[in-house]
Design a protein around this ligand. Structure first.
Ligand SMILES: [Zn+2]
Length: 329
């Protein structure tokens, strides 16, 4: 959740990255789990918000020369259409990142499609011993599109959203720069096609601070019955895991089958999605595993759907056969 209102002059930087992957079976002299992808391209478009619209202000595009995974993984090669000689033409990551940060500036909100780019950026920064604080909010546009495109709860591709709004597909897909351009156009269309106040509200509530841990888990101890197992997690839902403030219940906790849900609220950190699932261990005792995470659009949708189901069918939930509740998400 943004802790300030979006006003005229607010800047957004829509960005996308491509990364190369380690080759399976190849031996590396470092732990590949600390670098699951090495960034080879950053593309971005800057927008200024003015009077209910997004005005394009600038472009950024840099190819980066990888130093750990120097040969293109066949999958990355296929998707990005890059070649090994393209990789060698790139600039060092540290230089590209520095230029990207000066392009972003002090107050822009970063925007991407899906939430993997900020995580990958932070992982690369840590791997190369750089400060991994992005010091910007991040907005995942994918669930915001789903919300306004009537696709709520579904994870759609950039290309799906491009087709949805009839955006010209004249620059190809799957280069970071092209995908950033398309994502920017989708963002423009979301503003054009919807009420400004509603878009601003979705943007504000969906933006997260990528520098703070957004998901917290807790596993209760094993007990004799399910109700006790749920109860064991309730203390975990009482206080904000980030600042320890008392959490308010925006949607009171309710149970459907083996899961309990709630929407909780911290005055400083906004809404948390809360869910506990009760499981059985080998001894036949019950325990609950619980998650609290800063709520995203998908989480609002999920908790609202489950609440509706609960209001209609109670603790037992909707009859089992319907495909909707078979995923039990
Ligand atoms: Zn808090």
């Amino acid at each position: 959740m943004l802790n300030y209102p979006i006003r005229d002059g607010a800047e957004f930087v829509v960005f996308d990255m491509e990364w190369n992957q380690p080759i399976y079976g190849k031996e590396y002299d470092f732990d590949v789990s600390t670098l699951t992808g090495e960034i080879i391209e950053i593309g971005a478009v800057k927008y200024v918000y003015e009077n209910g619209m997004l005005v394009k202000k600038g472009m950024f595009s840099k190819d980066i020369k990888p130093v750990m995974y120097t040969k293109l993984h066949y999958h990355v090669k296929k998707v990005t259409q890059k070649t090994n000689s393209d990789l060698r033409k790139g600039i060092p990551f540290a230089k590209a990142y520095k230029e990207f940060m000066s392009f972003v500036g002090d107050s822009a909100i970063l925007v991407g499609w899906g939430n993997s780019d900020p995580a990958m950026l932070k992982q690369n920064l840590r791997f190369f011993d750089m400060d991994d604080d992005l010091n910007s909010y991040f907005l995942d546009l994918q669930p915001v599109f789903s919300l306004f495109g009537g696709e709520n709860g579904k994870q759609r591709s950039v290309e799906f959203a491009v087709d949805y709004y009839g955006i010209d597909k004249n620059i190809g897909f799957h280069s970071a720069t092209a995908d950033a351009v398309y994502t920017g156009k989708i963002f423009e269309k979301i503003f054009e096609h919807n009420k400004t106040a509603q878009v601003l509200s979705a943007v504000s509530s969906s933006a997260i601070d990528p520098d703070i841990v957004s998901e917290y888990t807790f596993v209760g101890s094993a007990v004799k019955d399910q109700a006790m197992a749920f109860e064991g997690t309730h203390a975990f839902w009482k206080t904000c895991p980030i600042c320890k403030a008392k959490l308010k219940e925006k949607i009171k906790k309710f149970r459907i089958r083996k899961s309990e849900y709630a929407l909780l609220f911290c005055p400083q950190h906004g809404e948390f999605f809360a869910r506990s699932r009760v499981k059985k261990n080998r001894e036949g005792d019950y325990y609950a595993s619980s998650v609290l995470r800063l709520a995203t659009q998908n989480d609002y949708y999920l908790v609202a759907c489950k609440k509706e189901e609960f209001d209609k069918f109670g603790v037992k939930g909707a009859p089992k056969e319907t495909p909707e509740n078979s995923e039990e998400s």
